[in-house]
Design a protein around this ligand. Structure first.
Ligand SMILES: Cc1ncc(COP(=O)(O)O)c(C=O)c1O
Ligand SMILES: N[C@@H](CCOP(=O)(O)O)C(=O)O
Length: 467
């Protein structure tokens, strides 16, 4: 499989191993497969009932291509998903006649990020083992990617990680899950700013010769294609259980950086019969405005009880705009330059039409989120986290025909957001045993101003040169 950059006017391509280790393309674009692999209905039907690691290997094989032998990919999937606390890895729970919850939080750090990052940690080790050298990972987190990435690479040979989070804007559990990992290859940085600021710094580092000249910079955010690839699998897992490919299924996805829902789009492009993808946002609703009105313009970020979705500049939307615009890299590069300069652009009519064929969107107010948490608790006996509640609200507000099952992606364990869950439901979720002592652990992190040079210099002074 060949990968091209969304902004790559020369059409140069690299393979899966290259895309995984590069993270972001040098022209600032994101890597996408040159074409979407297609599965037939018979091939999809043959995946019914497979154990999750086997399903994962089958779905990902076309994307991995020659970079890994099929048996090796299977072995890595076994290892990655063997660390999950549920035998089904991503179990599907029925809420009522038409609503289902896809629980994506049974991994080591209790959020959906583990599904991809447990595998990505192993892929880094595999590929670096072939080539030697050191990978310096730079990442930005609004709370969940950070701990999942740190768990996946802490103590691993050949990799070090610098993770930026917005100071004071993530939950205490989220922060401690990162800052209490004291392995020498882990560096946490709290910056004075928003997640968007942190993500902009990270993207800038990939084009900064002060760093790229000395270090091999890598990515764990969903700008890295391998992250999305691994997330495609659970759309297949859920839809197959509900009758795919003979029955169409809809998904409601709590959305921030557009990675999770883009993985659903990839599943659809591969041939999984998805009726609709519902993009659910909180009041930081740039994606809702873009999808409903064509207005992709960033406003100031409002802190909410769903902090992981307090995002305005949504990395993976670029991948969708690229595909929806007919894969015209030069036009997309202009559109993204305009957005980067003015924080605003409009979708073209053809982008809007193409996107509307599969996607819809909804914005949840704080009261909607609370009501959804209460309904899940009182009507279905399920405690859900604020992010999942936003998507459940959108699912329940959907006007889809009643015979289409709607799967809400439950992206985080309620214990990560205990205060918000308790405020909404009166019940305080307890920390799972594996992090039961979290509040007794020592924390370590640096505090830096929201200044690119300060962050870059901090990293340059501590990172290990590529060779
Ligand atoms: C718990 C949770 N839900 C939803 C999201 C949004 O997912 P995405 O950024 O892939 O749109 C995030 C952050 O990414 C998250 O941490
Ligand atoms: N919500 C995320 C933000 C980063 O998203 P990513 O999927 O691009 O890594 C977080 O929890 O950090």
């Amino acid at each position: 499989m060949e990968y091209v950059s969304t902004r790559g006017s020369q059409g140069a391509s690299i393979d899966f191993e290259g895309a995984t280790l590069a993270g972001l393309a040098s022209d600032g674009g994101l890597y996408v497969p040159r074409e979407w692999p297609r599965l037939t209905g018979t091939e999809i039907a043959a995946m019914r009932g497979l154990p999750y690691p086997e399903l994962a290997a089958r779905v990902m094989e076309p994307f991995v291509g020659d970079s890994l032998a099929p048996d090796r990919l299977r072995a890595l999937c076994e290892e990655a998903y063997g660390r999950f606390a549920h035998a089904a890895v991503t179990p599907l729970v029925q809420l009522d006649e038409r609503h289902w919850l896809l629980e994506l939080f049974h991994g080591p750090t209790l959020a959906f990020k583990d599904v991809a990052l447990q595998l990505l940690g192993l892929l880094f080790e595999e590929f670096l083992g072939r080539n030697g050298g050191k990978l310096t990972i730079v990442g930005a987190t609004s709370g969940d990617t950070g701990s999942a990435a740190i768990d996946a690479v802490a103590g691993r040979e050949g990799v070090e990680i610098f993770m930026l989070h917005p100071h004071g804007r993530i939950s205490d559990v989220q922060r401690r899950q990162m800052t209490s990992v004291l392995a020498p290859n882990v560096h946490n940085i709290a910056i004075d700013g928003s997640f968007d600021d942190a993500q902009a710094f990270v993207k800038r580092m990939f084009g900064d010769p002060e760093l790229t000249g000395r270090f091999h910079i890598g990515a764990v955010n969903s700008i890295n294609w391998a992250r999305l690839m691994a997330q495609v699998v659970y759309y297949f897992a859920a839809a197959l259980q509900l009758g795919a490919p003979d029955r169409r299924v809809a998904f409601s996805v709590p959305t921030g950086n557009f990675g999770d829902v883009f993985a659903g789009y990839v599943a659809h492009r591969m041939g999984l019969p998805i009726e609709q993808l519902i993009v659910a946002t909180n009041v930081n609703d740039i994606l809702h405005r873009a999808l409903s009105q064509g207005d992709y313009s960033a406003a100031a970020v409002t802190p909410t009880a769903a902090p992981s979705m307090d995002i305005q500049v949504s990395s993976n939307f670029e991948r969708l705009l690229y595909d929806a615009g007919g894969r015209n890299a030069a036009a997309l590069a202009d559109q993204m330059r305009q957005f980067e300069a003015s924080k605003a652009t409009r979708l073209t009519n053809s982008q809007r039409e193409s996107i509307a064929a599969l996607f819809t969107s909804a914005r949840a107010e704080p009261a909607d989120m609370t009501a959804a948490m209460r309904w899940a608790r009182e009507a279905c006996g399920e405690l859900i986290d604020p992010h999942s509640a936003i998507a459940l609200h959108a699912a329940r507000a959907s006007d889809l025909s009643a015979d289409v099952p709607i799967v809400t992606l439950a992206t985080a364990h309620p214990a990560k957001f205990r205060d918000a869950v308790e405020r909404a439901t009166g019940q305080r979720p307890s920390l799972p045993a594996r992090i039961g002592d979290l509040f007794a652990r020592e924390e370590r992190y640096a505090e830096l101003p929201g200044d690119y040079a300060a962050v870059r210099d901090f990293i340059a002074a501590r990172a290990t040169p590529a060779r």
